[in-house]
Design a protein around this ligand. Structure first.
Ligand code: HEM
Length: 521
């Protein structure tokens, strides 16, 4: 009996000690650490909106956004302004007025350094190598089902290894082979449009059409798959995107995953289902592989990096799955959006449609589209840059300091998250001039890289430094191939049902799609 009592007392004490330990740990990570970080950042001279515990500034962000959404959804189709910063990031536009272009805001108990000042960004990033940048832990964790430890999220020596394995997939000979594979899905889409027009339906939601086509292109060029085989992965990725980014979530708030447990579990379930689909695609490729060199992305991922014919750096099975997810998603969504926004702007500027058609006639003529001839489409390159400036599909970049970073007399403490507001910089009259919100592709005529921007870090459609987009050459090629095919067959004008409402769902997209009136030439 005595022994029983003794062991009961021991058990209760151990339990109490454990609960106390958990409580102290929580207090430390959710309360003491954030307060310490807040004081350190303040001491370093950074201002910003006052946070509250445990939400940080999230409540204010949500309130400002919902006011804008109410106003915006009542706007008619005739109001199309390219001055979109205060619509897509209303809280940042508001805070900029009182705190300038560099300040601290808080997502829950996580401090974020907001940056919309190119010179600050230049100084901050000049001493940091690609492999030394961190990606915000809080997002890494939140977006795990979507990107896992794929190239977008991975850091340090692992990032170097992944990048080495993947880079050769985007070499010029490979891109050339991919250009040929792009024509068929695009031609198939245009045939579908011709059929719709013939049956008296000239109004087409080109956003949906182009997204499907871009999905088919990456399925073929990246994974050697037909759209039918790739489409299951897309459907689930799309569902995951909506689950993760289109709901009331509280990233950075302690225990936030338990605030919306349904969404968290749904994302995890979708993540597992996508993993299974990808594993079976990889397995099929392994079984059918006869040992010959592989030229698509999946082939490179599976083979690893070869040095003198021997495998040098390679990826684990888990890493291959995460890279497949990353490329399935990043490889079609952004390019599709670049093309979609282009059609909106060309529909508003028929003179630019004519100029591009004339250029296509001169450069390509009646020949088949060839990788090498695409470089001659200069004006198309200006249009692409101008579209990426006004409607950047990747509206921000994120980082996390992995050491203290000095910028003049300020110190960004190790662990600080950073949010680089690309939309703000692309729409800043101080670096672009008073015509910043006008569609003027000719600004890239004499300065094709920076479009006359006063600061080289002011135009960042593909990111910056060592972590710049690995798919940018593929995108430029796809953009030119598809736009050439579209413009040689059809003309585009705005439909009266179009409602201009750029919104963020990880990427920058038209909230209500893009219905256009499409007519054969
Ligand atoms: C218009 C099209 C595209 C845009 C605007 C775009 C934009 C970007 C941006 C801004 C980054 C840097 C993100 C950061 O700094 O955190 C990035 C990185 C990346 N992009 Fe793209 N991208 C496009 C197309 C593509 C395509 C077609 C692919 C794949 C086939 C791709 C794959 C990636 C990957 C894997 C990274 C991570 C690179 C790294 O961290 O080393 N992107 N992209």
């Amino acid at each position: 009996m005595g022994f029983f009592k003794l062991s009961q007392a021991f058990f209760s004490t151990a339990m109490l000690a454990f609960l106390l330990y958990v409580f102290l740990r929580l207090l430390f990570s959710c309360w003491i650490l954030p307060i310490r970080a807040y004081r350190k950042i303040k001491k370093n001279g950074f201002g910003g909106p006052t946070p509250s515990f445990p939400m940080g500034n999230i409540r204010e962000m949500k309130n400002t956004s919902s006011k804008i959404n109410i106003n915006y959804s009542s706007l008619g189709s005739s109001v199309i302004s390219h001055d979109i910063h205060s619509t897509v990031f209303p809280y940042f536009a508001r805070w900029q007025k009182s705190h300038g272009k560099v300040f601290i805001y808080w997502l829950g108990t996580e401090p974020f350094l907001y940056i919309a000042e190119p010179e600050f960004l230049r100084k901050m990033s000049s001493g940091v190598l690609g492999k030394s940048w961190g990606k915000s832990n809080v997002f890494k964790h939140d977006r795990k089902p979507m990107f896992g430890s794929g190239l977008v999220m991975v850091e340090g020596d692992d990032w170097v290894r992944h990048r080495h394995v993947i880079t050769p997939a985007f070499s010029p000979p490979n891109l050339k082979a991919m250009a040929r594979l792009m024509v068929e899905p695009a031609a198939k889409m245009l045939e579908r449009w011709a059929t719709l027009i013939n049956s008296g339906k000239p109004e087409i939601d080109v956003e949906r059409e182009i997204t499907t086509m871009a999905g088919e292109i990456i399925a073929r060029t990246g994974f050697g798959l037909s759209y039918q085989n790739g489409s299951k992965v897309y459907e689930k990725l799309r569902a995951m995107q909506i689950t993760l980014f289109n709901s009331n979530r509280y990233v950075g708030v302690p225990f936030s995953k338990w605030i919306c447990p349904k969404k968290t579990l749904e994302a995890k379930k979708l993540g597992r289902e996508i993993d299974q689909l990808l594993l079976s695609i990889i397995d099929n490729r392994r079984k059918s592989w006869d040992g010959s060199p592989q030229i698509d992305l999946l082939g490179f991922l599976m083979e690893g990096n070869r040095v003198d014919g021997r495998v040098g750096k390679s990826l684990t099975a888990r890493e291959i799955v995460d890279e497949c997810k990353t490329f399935f998603f990043a490889g079609h969504e952004t390019t599709a959006l670049a093309l979609t926004w282009t059609l909106l702007l060309l529909a508003m500027h028929p003179d630019w449609q004519s100029q591009l058609r004339e250029e296509i006639r001169q450069v390509i003529g009646d020949e088949e589209i060839d990788y090498t001839s695409l470089a001659g489409l200069k004006k198309m390159g200006w249009v692409m840059n101008e579209v990426l400036r006004l409607y950047s599909p990747a509206p921000n970049a994120q980082r996390q300091a992995r050491e203290d970073i000095k910028v003049d007399n300020l110190v960004i403490p190790n662990g600080t998250n950073m949010w680089i507001d690309v939309v703000a910089m692309h729409h800043d009259p101080a670096i672009w001039g008073d015509d910043v919100n006008e569609f003027r592709p000719e600004r890239f005529k004499d300065d094709h890289l920076y479009g006359g921007c006063k600061h080289k870090m002011g135009f960042l459609p593909f990111g910056f430094g060592g972590r710049m987009c690995i798919g940018r050459n593929l995108t430029m090629m796809e953009y030119k191939v598809v736009l050439t095919l579209m413009l040689t067959r059809f003309s585009f004008s705005l439909s009266s049902s179009y409602r201009h409402s750029p919104s963020i769902l990880l990427s920058l997209r038209p909230r209500y799609g893009l219905p256009l009136i499409v007519q054969p030439l």
